[in-house]
Design a protein around this ligand. Structure first.
Ligand code: AHR
Length: 324
């Protein structure tokens, strides 16, 4: 075919609506009216994260009028940047980002802004110089969670000498930063509290167990474990039991998230305190998108209400009525 004729034919074809652009993925007719949301998820590192993914999938389902494109970044920020660029190329209607870490989003969010795609941040916070780079944020006050744990330690452990093992989440994430800041403030305020070990277990059960095994092998004395999430606490429990120690008796175990399994472990006396972190953001994100669709302006920052659980406050009903 004449090379000059090809572009002319292509334009004609597009104008007449008889075919789609060469690289554009065809949208099935039944999906044409759906609101398309690209969701860049941190990964599947914890029960909390899986509950969060399910909450998003349920709220942004086809029955509710959405097509959700989920991308699992396997806890890698670079993968999230690539996912966002893919969403922009696909021309999604909204981007939802659950960020791994707080920093490094300026460039890719500027690209989303230039493409006119609203970005909703969920769960952890981001640190950007221009707050106009995202539409709004919904998530937890992680510093307050850390402070809640320290207040409980003050009330229940007081000024007895504490040798604290600190299992951190993935470094640079708001969940790690806030909870660590809370503990650091407690350490500064109590001379009898000592930090004997601190390292990141990346919020996973396997790494939580690995770190505790290392602490036990070193022979470092400790009487408190401050685990920045439930899955690392489960790993720590396995390591303690394998070493013949009884969590809850030989060591005070403090955790975050309050997933159903962890609450069961409070009733069994293995976890002493669990500070709640609520993952059920799906309906909240959906409500924001609905607001935007109506031309309204959602609140820029929404902090989710959270509490804490220990043997004094927890009931069987709380566990059975739990959404995660
Ligand atoms: O950002 C929330 C944290 O991320 C949860 O505490 C943890 O379980 C998850 O992986």
């Amino acid at each position: 075919m004449n090379k000059l004729l090809l572009p002319v034919l292509l334009i004609l074809c597009l104008v007449l609506g008889g075919c789609s652009a060469p690289n554009a993925p065809a949208v099935p007719e039944a999906e044409a009216d759906l609101i398309v949301v690209g969701f860049s998820q941190v990964g599947a590192e914890s029960d909390w994260r899986n509950a969060n993914t399910l909450s998003m999938q349920t709220a942004l389902s086809a029955e509710n009028g959405y097509r959700l494109i989920l991308d699992d970044a396997q806890q890698k920020m670079e993968k999230q940047v690539t996912a966002i660029r893919n969403f922009i190329n696909q021309g999604v209607d909204y981007i939802v980002l659950a960020p791994t870490t707080e920093r490094g989003w300026e460039t890719v969010l500027s690209e989303a802004k230039a493409a006119g795609i609203p970005v909703i941040i969920v769960d952890r916070m981001i640190e950007v110089s221009d707050a106009e780079l995202f539409t709004c944020w919904i998530g937890s006050d992680f510093r307050r969670e850390g402070d809640t744990a320290v207040r409980w330690m003050e009330q229940h452990l007081g000024d007895t000498p504490l040798e604290i093992v600190h299992l951190q989440g993935n470094i640079g994430s708001s969940a790690q930063i806030g909870r660590t800041e809370g503990l650091d403030a407690g350490l500064d305020a109590h001379r009898s509290w000592n930090l004997v070990f601190r390292d990141s277990g990346d919020f996973t059960q396997a790494k939580g167990q690995e770190l505790m095994e290392a602490v036990l092998a070193e022979g470092t004395p400790f009487n408190v474990i401050f685990s920045e999430n439930d899955n690392m606490a489960y790993g720590a429990i396995d390591a303690l039991k394998a070493a013949g120690l009884q969590p809850g008796k030989d060591v005070t175990l403090i955790s975050f998230d309050s997933s159903r399994t962890a609450l069961g472990l409070i009733l069994e006396g293995e976890i002493s305190l669990d500070v709640e972190c609520n993952p059920l953001h799906g309906p909240r994100v959906r409500a924001v998108i609905e607001q935007l669709e109506r031309g309204e302006t959602p609140l820029k920052y929404t902090y989710v209400e959270e509490t804490f659980f220990d043997a004094d406050t927890l009931t069987e009903e709380t566990i059975s009525g739990r959404g995660y």
